[in-house]
Write a new protein. Structure first.
Length: 650
């Protein structure tokens, strides 16, 4: 006996069946792609490097967590690297979007000017925005009128006056009024144009052509006509001023040109701050947090908070420090809290209250005992083995009997499914035997298990081949042979009915099929247990969870493992050949060879190749089959016996 409790084993082992085994071999609750390691006599789960998530459910891998995990021309969106221009393109339809340093930027194509976030056009475009600036002229500031839902200077947009006149806006309501007036030294010619005052010797210029290339004739004087907005560039074309924003700036050149991007934090979202005209997460600029603390942006600044399981101060030089438990709910469900030390511990390891053949489990932070598989009794005192039942499935019973309540009975007598004159017959099917009611000749089966007579048949069929494939010849009449039970489906194969339970049902399809489903083990057969709402066998494929060469039987909704006759060992691990000193310690069909009970015929067949080797009473039997005399031992042969003439004539 290697151990009696977990504390006698290594830290990564548990005591099972008085042996120290790896905790993960005893209980591995981890996900398929997680790592299981034994620690403090329990199984601990963790995700591999580069993965995250709940290691007991599933470990996931992501392409990125922050923008810096992605190439320079991509940004991190929901743990994947994408081009920001494809996710949230901030540019105008006619502008070009490009990504640099994980941020989308906009620019107008060559030959076009304007605000790339609004519109790029050959001439200065009229900005288009979703919400209109105005609806009527009175919605606009002084000197502006509402044209196409935008407040603009109507003198620039409509140009109502001739080049020789000056246009001015009068703030009238409901519509603005434009007035064409003449400069000093000029006089009205029409409502929209002016002509110079005719003087004998007019001083100064009379037209732009009389001025240099960089000037225009204003009030008979050659002057620079530029009056562009702040930060705008001005150049003359035929003495007419043309305003535009310099490269790298945006805006209305008649009003002001500013650098693109944000100018202050308020122009960014709450989780970003304005840095060099770009809205960016402040945690990416500078992470002020210490160890075991995480940075999160809020109100345009970087803030710190402790990771789960740690206590403040997160901004201290040493960061956040681990905190111990104060009560059981702060520990995992399978551990309890030692308040003085603040450590979570396994109550079963500290104080195992269980009796013999019982195991200790922790649930809701409390240690509880239960009997091992195949045992019953008081787990806090001692558990004893279950008494083996007479049967657990129909195949355990003799022909004509079925297993009901772990007892072999005749179902025809116990259940009486048939009504006279029909007779009940048990069909030895597998894994479930079923009953059928057979009617005498001249009768046909009814739904209640009885028989009904048929009217005289004048003519009809003699065999099934004379009927269509979907019918059979019954009492000289081609008719549907189906007579399946409730919730069963009937198919005709070679004129014979084949009954199967509908999907989701089980039972004898010729009698009745019941719907699957359960809420507790008591609703299932002794050999089954209720798992996820279905009654499923407790013994899985290849006899799992039993060990090699062992037999699995479902008893009281639990798998019970036993070694077959002639084998010994731990049935939950592996069963091996039984050791012996002489033949009396082996089954009659085996011999004691090299202190192990073995089948001599399986090791070396001493009989003639045509004979069947058998072990009887621990010895090899090479006797001849019935009707032959002699022996099949080496050097001998079997000969066919002589049959008397009297027997042949009879």
């Amino acid at each position: 006996m290697e151990c009696t409790r977990d504390s006698e084993c290594n830290d990564n082992q548990v005591c099972y069946e008085y042996k120290c085994i790896d905790a993960c071999l005893y209980d591995n609750p981890c996900a398929v792609n997680a790592i299981c390691e034994g620690s403090r006599h329990t199984s601990q789960c963790s995700c591999p490097p580069g993965y995250f998530g709940d290691p007991r459910e599933r470990c996931l891998t992501v392409e990125c967590r922050i923008h810096d995990d992605c190439p320079n021309d991509k940004a991190c969106y929901q743990n994947q690297c994408h081009d920001p221009c494809l996710i949230e393109n901030p540019c105008a339809p006619t502008a070009i979007c490009s990504t640099n340093r994980h941020t989308a930027s906009c620019s107008c194509p060559p030959g076009l000017v304007g605000d790339p976030f609004v519109q790029c056009a050959v001439n200065d475009p009229i900005p288009t925005i979703d919400d209109p600036d105005c609806e009527v002229d009175s919605d606009c500031p002084s000197g502006r009128a509402c044209i196409n839902d935008i407040c603009v200077n109507p003198c620039y947009t409509l140009s109502p006056c001739d080049a020789t006149a000056i246009c001015s806006v009068v703030d009238t309501v409901p519509f603005r009024t434009m007035i064409c007036s003449c400069r000093e030294g000029w006089q009205p010619d029409t409502d929209r144009s002016c002509v110079p005052v005719d003087l004998p010797n007019p001083p100064g210029c009379r037209s732009d052509d009389e001025c240099s290339v960089g000037e225009a004739c204003i009030n008979r004087a050659c002057k620079n006509p530029c009056d562009c907005g702040t930060g705008a560039d001005c150049f003359l074309a035929d003495h007419v001023p043309v305003c535009r924003c310099p490269e790298g700036t945006i805006g209305d050149p008649q009003i002001a040109c500013v650098p693109p991007g944000c100018q202050r934090n308020e122009e960014c979202s709450d989780r970003e701050m304005c840095v060099d005209g770009t809205c960016i997460n402040p945690c990416l600029i500078e992470d002020p947090c210490g160890p075991n603390a995480e940075c999160y942006p809020q109100i345009h600044v970087a803030n710190c908070r402790c990771l789960e399981g740690y206590e403040p101060d997160p901004t201290a030089r040493d960061g956040c420090r681990p905190i111990g438990c104060r009560s059981d709910p702060e520990c995992p469900d399978n551990q309890a809290c030692d308040v003085p030390s603040g450590d979570c511990y396994d109550p079963c390891i500290a104080n195992d209250p269980c009796g013999q053949n019982a195991e200790c489990l922790v649930s809701q932070h409390l240690d509880k005992c239960r009997c091992r598989f195949g045992y019953t009794g008081d787990p806090y005192r001692a558990c004893v083995p279950f008494a083996p039942p007479e049967c657990v499935q129909d195949s355990d019973c003799n022909t004509g009997l079925v297993c009901l309540d772990e007892t072999c009975v005749d179902p025809c007598i116990e259940l009486t499914p048939c009504v006279a004159p029909s007779t009940c017959r048990v069909i030895d099917s597998s894994p479930i035997r079923f009953m059928t009611c057979v009617c005498p000749d001249g009768y046909v089966s009814t739904d209640d298990g009885g028989c009904a007579t048929l009217p005289p048949i004048v003519s009809g069929c003699e065999k099934d081949d004379e009927c269509p494939e979907s019918t059979a010849c019954i009492n000289a009449v081609c008719r549907d042979p189906c007579a399946c039970g409730l919730n069963a489906h009937c198919e005709i194969v070679n004129h014979r009915p084949v009954c199967t339970c509908n999907t989701g049902y089980y039972g004898d399809p010729k009698i009745r099929c019941d719907i699957l489903g359960c809420t507790s083990d008591s609703e299932c057969k002794e050999t089954h247990a209720c798992r996820q709402g279905d009654c499923t066998p407790v013994c899985g494929p290849d006899g799992l969870p039993c060990g090699g060469n062992s037999e699995c039987n479902g008893i009281a909704h639990q798998p019970v493992c036993t070694c077959p006759a002639g084998l010994t060992g731990d049935p939950y691990q592996v069963c091996s050949s039984k050791s012996c000193r002489d033949n009396s310690e082996c089954p009659i069909e085996q011999e004691c060879i090299n202190k192990i009970c073995q089948d001599t015929c399986a090791i070396e067949n001493p009989c003639d190749p045509t004979a069947e080797c058998r072990i009887k009473n621990h010895e090899v039997d090479c006797s001849c089959p019935p009707g032959f005399t002699g022996s099949r031992r080496p050097g001998e042969r079997c000969e066919k016996g002589k049959i008397s003439q009297f027997f042949c004539e009879f």
